[in-house]
Design a protein around this ligand. Structure first.
Ligand code: DAH
Length: 436
């Protein structure tokens, strides 16, 4: 889930011990430039190959249409969509007040080129830079990278839109925001939307020490009204909202290192609550670092794939990367069309079991990156189906089940066997495991 490490500490920070293959060379090449590798390097060829694609700016691509739709809700905001994904860990984490032991920093969760350079894990990484350049209301769309499991809704590259607005911290400016809030409220109250709200500020979701609580309330209300309007624009018609069956949106208290108070927004769609975005009142340190005095404001970040899968009925996240005309020809810039699957080709399941030597670890994300490097988008799903420690030898045994399925064609047995044997060979080579 795209906000998972921002919200909780589900992951235990884990250091991957790369066995013999990564990095064997002293440099990696990314978009024609060479970068030195070091003990942190864990970026993979498969992920590097995605960097030039920039799906969110490809005319007609569903992610580009969704970006434009979101931009249309904020007509006065400046727009950015060409920031490089290579950032320093400082910019991705420290500038946004992430603590040193935050799980998002771990090699198990993020891709590092070396100790000074990584692939951004979220668009918030550019907040300070954009504020420093003088933008006061802006949207930024970009590709972001996280190491993750493999299934129909997880991919190591996905796209986010970051939005932010800052205001003068004085009573006349706050009066204007209040008037804006009244206008936004009028629009929403005549629409088919029901909002389950939480308090703007509470003991568990506090106002920042330097903020006037009344100002923080007004700003939070402006944030909520702006985003409720966005949810109505995105989901109102797709969900077929009517007076008797309105769109349901709920606000939940959350935690992010770079906002307070902080919230998550969920939308009720086809019988389920879906997590759509994270947001909050910008932590003052971010604006201080950007040398912006006497202002306060809000920010949000949302993942595009999740929303696009719903709005265009796209069943598998790999499809966004398809270059098959049967996929691409179904979409036109600016139009929300329903995807018609051209075919579902058969699955082929293969298991691999191995012993990990005592004292060595292999994170599920390491396994998934290895499979992606060998099989590319021919892998649909990976599940760990067994894990046990031998009581005598203390060795760990793991078994993974890989589901190979192409989105474009039938795979032959031979082809799958060949891929599987390369996965198995690479496992031994890269992690020194003993295949069972
Ligand atoms: N960057 C967060 C994530 O990827 C999402 C987010 C939360 C963005 C709060 C924001 C924000 O701008 O204010 O999980």
């Amino acid at each position: 889930m795209w906000t998972r490490w921002a919200l909780s500490s589900r992951h235990i920070s884990c250091r991957v011990r790369w066995y013999s293959s990564t990095p064997t060379s002293t440099h990696v090449e990314i978009q024609g430039k060479r970068y030195p590798t070091d003990h942190l390097t864990n970026i993979t060829p498969s992920v590097i190959s995605k960097i030039p694609l920039q799906l969110h700016t490809q005319p007609g691509h569903p992610l580009s249409t969704l970006r434009s739709l979101i931009e249309s809700h904020f007509p006065d905001f400046s727009r950015h969509s060409a920031f490089s994904p290579l950032v320093s860990p400082f910019k991705n984490f420290d500038e946004l007040s992430f603590p040193l032991d935050h799980p998002g920093r771990s090699l198990a969760d993020s891709y590092y080129v070396n100790k000074d350079l990584m692939l951004r894990t979220h668009t918030s990484a550019h907040e300070v830079e954009v504020f420093r350049n003088g933008d006061t209301q802006w949207l930024l769309t970009a590709d972001v990278y996280r190491r993750d499991e493999i299934d129909a809704s997880h991919y190591p590259v996905f796209h986010q839109v970051e939005g932010a607005k800052i205001f003068d911290a004085n009573s006349s400016s706050m009066r204007e925001v209040e008037l804006d809030n009244e206008r936004l409220l009028r629009h929403l109250s005549s629409s088919n939307i029901v909002i389950e709200d939480v308090k703007h500020i509470s003991e568990t979701n506090p106002v920042q020490p330097g903020h006037d609580p009344r100002h923080a309330e007004i700003i939070t209300q402006n944030l909520k009204l702006s985003l409720n309007g966005l949810m109505l624009l995105l989901f109102g018609s797709a969900a077929g909202a009517t007076p008797s069956n309105p769109l349901r949106v709920r606000w939940i208290e959350a935690y992010f290192p770079f906002t307070s108070p902080s919230f998550e927004v969920e939308v009720f769609f086809r019988g389920k609550w879906l997590e759509i975005l994270g947001c909050g009142v910008i932590i003052q340190a971010t604006l201080d670092t950007a040398s912006i005095p006497n202002k306060l404001g809000w920010a949000f970040g949302l993942g595009l794939e999740r929303i696009a899968m719903i709005l265009f009925s796209i069943p598998d996240i790999r499809l966004f990367w398809s270059t098959d005309e049967r996929f691409l020809s179904q979409f036109e810039q600016g139009k929300l069309t329903t995807f018609k699957p051209y075919s579902k080709y058969p699955s082929c399941f293969k298991d691999v079991s191995f012993w990990i030597p005592p004292g060595q670890s292999l994170h599920e994300n390491d396994f998934c990156d290895l499979v992606r490097d060998v099989a590319g988008d021919l892998v649909e799903d990976v599940k760990k189906i067994d894990n046990f420690v031998h009581p005598k030898t203390n060795k760990t045994s793991q078994c993974f089940r890989i589901n190979y399925r192409s989105m474009d064609r039938s795979l032959s047995n031979e082809e799958v066997n060949d891929i599987q044997s390369r996965v198995v060979g690479q496992l031994g080579h890269q992690f020194g495991v003993e295949i069972r």
